[in-house]
Design a protein around this ligand. Structure first.
Ligand code: SF4
Ligand code: ZN
Ligand code: ZN
Length: 300
């Protein structure tokens, strides 16, 4: 098969692109998400984990900015890695994101869970069966806290089209329509609630495409995966999902249809959101989930 743009050998057969035109396609999709006037002169924080998605995102964003492909300037861009204290995994990934930071020239910040909170995901996994849900709360909380306290307007996450598809199906099956409607490509900043905005630059790109982009561009990324991922519902559901949604177009069409339907469902205002009595960040109960996890870990 030949590239549909230049006629060279295609490396991405699904859409018919050679390596050069596949990279252009990938970067265009990322740039299209970011080329919105409300990002003008804003400070952006890239959430990096060492995995293929966030690594591909960081590399593509750095390229887009260095080649001035947006219609405006952004104020500042940095990255954040959270060392979760997972044996044989977290330090290895930290080393990879350091290499990526050197390659892209984007400053890397790190938070070490053990140093800051005397807690590791390994310790926590001994005490709780649902480690991934606690881990997700920790990551989301720390990303927002770091962004808010350091003046970043938006956190950019490596959430891709397959992730969006999983969340859409999962929320439909569980009748969590409010969650489904709230999930968006771009969530605005809410200064009053101490919430940085959230952006998904890989919203239109699949996992397979992130992987290929990393390989083509020699981007350092981890292939070993988290040891807790086998217990992760998302991993098992995604492999079943890929049978029904066996092309990028089917995935995209489904998400676009869901987004059209979302417009007919009024977004309920979250009236019961209040500052956590321990840390001041928003919560729907008196003490936020993050503070509860930290307190529980200290008790044992
Ligand atoms: Fe955390 Fe689970 Fe992801 Fe591992 S697989 S990083 S424990 S959410
Ligand atoms: Zn080509
Ligand atoms: Zn709290």
């Amino acid at each position: 098969m030949r590239c549909r743009v230049c006629g060279k050998k295609a490396v991405y057969k699904e859409l018919g692109f050679c390596s050069e035109h596949f990279s252009s396609y990938f970067e265009k999709n990322v740039a299209d998400v970011l080329n919105k006037p409300f990002f003008k002169e804003k400070s952006l924080l890239l959430a990096v984990s060492g995995g293929k998605d966030s690594s591909a995102m960081m590399f593509a964003v750095s390229k887009i900015l260095s080649e001035k492909r947006l219609d405006f300037n952004i104020k500042r861009i940095e990255s954040l890695y959270i060392n979760l204290g997972i044996k044989d995994n977290s330090s290895y990934n930290e080393n990879l994101v350091k290499q990526l930071s050197e390659k892209t020239g984007i400053k890397l910040n790190t938070i070490n869970l053990e140093e800051f909170y005397n807690l590791t995901i390994d310790d926590l996994s001994q005490k709780t069966g649902k480690i991934c849900s606690s881990c997700a709360v920790i990551k989301r909380y720390l990303l927002n806290k770091f962004a808010y306290e350091n003046g970043f307007d938006f956190v950019l996450i490596g959430h891709n089209l397959d992730d969006e598809l999983f969340f859409a199906i999962h929320n439909l099956v569980n009748r969590n329509i409010d969650f489904l409607v709230r999930s968006a490509k771009i969530l605005p900043k809410d200064e009053e609630k101490r919430l940085a905005g959230r952006v998904k630059p890989l919203y239109y790109l699949t996992e397979k495409e992130s992987m290929l982009y990393c390989i083509i561009n020699k981007i350092p990324f981890s292939t070993q995966g988290c040891p807790y991922a086998v217990k992760n519902l998302q991993m098992t559901e995604k492999s079943k999902q890929s049978v029904l949604f066996d092309s990028r177009n089917k995935k995209l069409s489904f998400i676009k249809s869901i987004n059209k339907l979302k417009k007919f469902y009024p977004l309920k205002k979250e009236d019961n959101v209040e500052p956590c009595i321990r840390c001041g960040f928003p919560t729907t109960s008196k003490i936020c989930k993050f503070c509860r996890i930290i307190e529980k870990a200290k008790e044992n």
